[in-house]
Design a protein around this ligand. Structure first.
Ligand SMILES: Nc1ncnc2c1ncn2[C@@H]1O[C@H](COP(=O)(O)OP(=O)(O)OP(=O)(O)O)[C@@H](O)[C@H]1O
Ligand SMILES: [Mg+2]
Length: 269
């Protein structure tokens, strides 16, 4: 790796890396972890291999997209906030009986996770009508649902993540019936943990999207992230939106909403 000296401000000597960032060893208890080959790049994160088979490093980006990538922007600080929120919630979900891919947070924007094969079925849990549910069914946004609704979508950017049912997922070989039963059970455990967690912090959890994956031995675990990118959060007193809808709907105050959610999620009660 080549570094070239340059004179920075005040004549101080600083070093600017000429090539891609050097692999950075990060302390991980009894081992070191370095970022290897880029495995996937999505709209919000990059996934890197590590020297340890079975582990990846996920890097959270500031990039934001909406309407299936049609609208794009950067949200300052989003990567660090979503990394921190996910890193705060996943260990608590583990404790609540939901196995997850999360191992540890490595830096502001990186976390070490267990490598999984993502099951291409996005799971949405809804408590209050909003977004595509309101549109599809003509139900006014804000209508409280009598019980949580679990929906499934086929994870396909090209098709715009279309709504499916579990028969479709089995018939097309995306998941087994047993896996789908487990996924629903885990999604409802996440729901049962998160709703009171956020309520205690003055936030209504309107809906959220989960992704699950398989470990090498076939165990289904919660993967991906839980953040204002993947949840709808409304302030409990004012119903002010504290999530990505501020970006989707040009409501302004996007960065402030994400920061506010980080503060509330990490608040000690
Ligand atoms: N532990 C993991 N192992 C393997 N892949 C993972 C893991 N956790 C998340 N991923 C995948 O990393 C990819 C990048 O995440 P990102 O959120 O940027 O995707 P995205 O642009 O939202 O695309 P998608 O619609 O495919 O989720 C996603 O495909 C996600 O499913
Ligand atoms: Mg994503």
């Amino acid at each position: 790796m080549q570094a070239s000296p340059r004179h920075g401000f005040g004549g101080r000597l600083s070093y600017v890396w000429q090539t891609a960032r050097p692999p950075r060893p990060a302390p991980t208890g009894d081992r070191m972890t370095t970022r290897g080959e880029l495995k996937y790049e999505g709209k919000a994160k990059r996934v890197y291999a590590t020297p340890h088979p079975g582990e990846y490093i996920v890097e959270y980006k500031d990039d934001a997209t909406a309407f299936n990538g049609v609208k794009k922007a950067q949200i300052g600080g989003k990567g660090a906030i979503n990394n921190a929120i996910t890193a705060h919630l996943f260990p608590q979900l583990e404790q609540a009986g939901v196995p997850t891919h999360f191992i540890e947070r490595l830096s502001d924007t990186e976390q070490r996770v267990r490598a999984v094969t993502i099951i291409p079925v996005e799971v949405i849990v809804r408590n209050v009508a909003a977004g595509s549910f309101s549109k599809r069914l003509g139900i006014e946004e804000g209508t409280v649902l009598a019980r949580p609704v679990v929906e499934y979508c086929y994870k396909s950017d090209a098709l715009g993540d279309p709504l499916i049912n579990t028969d479709t997922a089995v018939a097309l070989g995306w998941a087994t019936p047993e896996e789908l039963t487990r996924i629903r059970e885990l999604a409802l455990k996440v729901q049962a943990f998160l709703v009171p967690y956020f309520a205690a912090r003055g936030v209504r959890l309107i809906d959220f999207k989960l992704e699950f994956g398989r470990l090498a031995d076939g165990t289904v675990v919660l993967a991906d992230e839980i953040s204002p990118d993947t949840c709808r959060f409304w302030d409990a007193e004012t119903n002010e939106k504290l999530d990505k809808d501020r970006f989707r709907r040009d409501l302004g105050g996007v960065e402030d909403a994400y920061s506010e959610m980080l503060a509330r999620v990490t608040r000690e009660l």
